[in-house]
Design a protein around this ligand. Structure first.
Ligand code: ATP
Ligand code: MG
Length: 145
């Protein structure tokens, strides 16, 4: 436990051409890409993924946004991955994000905040398996996990 997190590069950041720069920050930050793909979620996919936020006022808008265009989904490996990745991405609202963080550099606003990052080890595993099968996840030697 504790060595993977799940991320998505959100539609606005994709649209603005920031995918490469964000992936560079991720690998420079010491994360290894264990799985990665580009896809567009359906509204139903986004509703399922964000089910925990169902009661929040922004649920409809958020799921609309997350299904509005392609994203990059990835599983990242590093010691203490969940916590370290949340440090690298910065606060949910880019206005509150520290200098040099991914959200400070590449977010548009609180909704279009460039990237998603898992909030616990348990959710990282659930989110990784939401997008990736066992045949799409690789260890550092290039073998299936
Ligand atoms: P994420 O889960 O995407 O890594 P987070 O954990 O920092 O972000 P959450 O509270 O889990 O933040 O919210 C999930 C997502 O919902 C946010 O990343 C953002 O896109 C959107 N969101 C959160 N708060 C608001 C808000 N007040 N208005 C609009 N969208 C919001
Ligand atoms: Mg969250």
């Amino acid at each position: 436990m504790g060595n993977i997190t799940f991320t998505m590069i959100k539609p606005t950041a994709m649209n603005k051409g920031f995918a490469g720069k964000i992936l560079e920050k991720i690998t420079d930050g010491g994360f290894r890409i264990q799985a990665m793909k580009m896809l567009r979620m359906s509204k139903a996919d986004a509703e399922k993924f964000y089910e925990v936020h169902k009661e929040r006022p922004f649920y409809g808008e958020l799921t609309e946004f997350m299904s509005s265009g392609p994203i990059v989904a990835a599983v990242l490996e590093k010691e203490n991955a969940v916590e370290d990745y949340r440090k690298l991405i910065g606060a949910t609202n880019p206005k509150d994000a520290d200098e040099g963080t991914i959200r400070k550099l590449y977010a548009t606003d609180i909704q279009a905040n460039a990237v998603h990052g898992s909030d616990s080890d348990e959710n990282a595993l659930i989110e990784a398996s939401f997008f990736f099968s066992k045949k799409e996840q690789f260890d550092k030697d290039g073998n299936l996990i």
